[in-house]
Design a protein around this ligand. Structure first.
Ligand code: ZN
Length: 237
């Protein structure tokens, strides 16, 4: 095969391999982004769940405080009634001591209830806000993920077509070069690359000056002495 024709096929392979690389990068980017959106969403959900559980915990505590207040108040009433029929001074003093103890306990319980009620308003607001945030992010994130999923589907199709094109071009090469390109593609993401300022774009090995010139002429087949990739000039199209 005329080296010029062979070179032209390699030039086309290089173009397709670049497209393939870009499409695969976009696919990876989509996958990474989907993953981080999902992670962010579970963080939002965890925050909302925590706020809800704190709010629920405050409700439960408040309920048991109310029960205790009722019990202590009833006990207080009983003790105050007991006092009415008592004549023994020692007994009177003992009941009076109990009554002041109960009153003290009632005061403390009421203080606790008031401060918890204040706190509960805040907890309730936080729980609501957190849930709203989580829902809003969820909706946005879902829409974004749907777009990315359809992008990814299109990209996957594109990748398949490019691979078919590369395969078709490889089959047009003479067997020796065809096998060499195939082997390189098994190991590396690109079998045919360009050079930039005399450096192989596959492994960045600096090529001897003569080799760079030979690549640009397109009249001989040049391979990088370091990574063995085929080197071609950019498409003239
Ligand atoms: Zn190289």
């Amino acid at each position: 095969m005329d080296p010029k024709i062979l070179n032209n096929i390699l030039v086309e392979i290089a173009e397709f391999e670049e497209l393939l690389l870009r499409a695969n990068q976009e696919l990876k980017h989509n996958t990474d982004l989907t993953f981080s959106l999902e992670e962010l969403q579970s963080e939002y959900e965890a925050d909302a769940a925590e706020a809800a559980s704190l709010n629920q915990g405050a409700k439960v505590t408040l309920h048991s405080l109310e029960n205790e207040i009722t019990q202590v108040s009833e006990l207080l009433k009983v003790k105050e009634q007991m006092l009415v029929g008592l004549t023994d001074r020692r007994q009177v003093r003992a009941v009076n001591d109990e009554i002041s103890g109960l009153k003290l306990r009632l005061d403390r319980l009421e203080d606790e209830t008031i401060s918890l009620l204040d706190k509960q308003d805040l907890l309730k607001a936080e729980a609501t806000e957190s849930q709203c945030e989580s829902r809003a992010h969820g909706t946005k994130s879902l829409a974004r993920q749907e777009t990315m999923a359809s992008d990814s589907m299109a990209l996957t199709q594109k990748v398949k077509h490019i691979k078919d094109d590369v395969q078709r071009l490889i089959s047009m090469l003479p067997p020796v070069e065809g096998r060499a390109v195939g082997r390189l593609r098994e190991k590396l993401d690109q079998a045919v690359v360009h050079h930039h300022k005399g450096a192989c774009q596959g492994c960045f090995h600096q090529l001897p000056l003569q080799q760079g010139i030979a690549v640009d002429s397109g009249r001989t087949i040049v391979r990088c002495p370091s990574c063995m990739r085929f080197l071609v000039h950019r498409s003239w199209r």
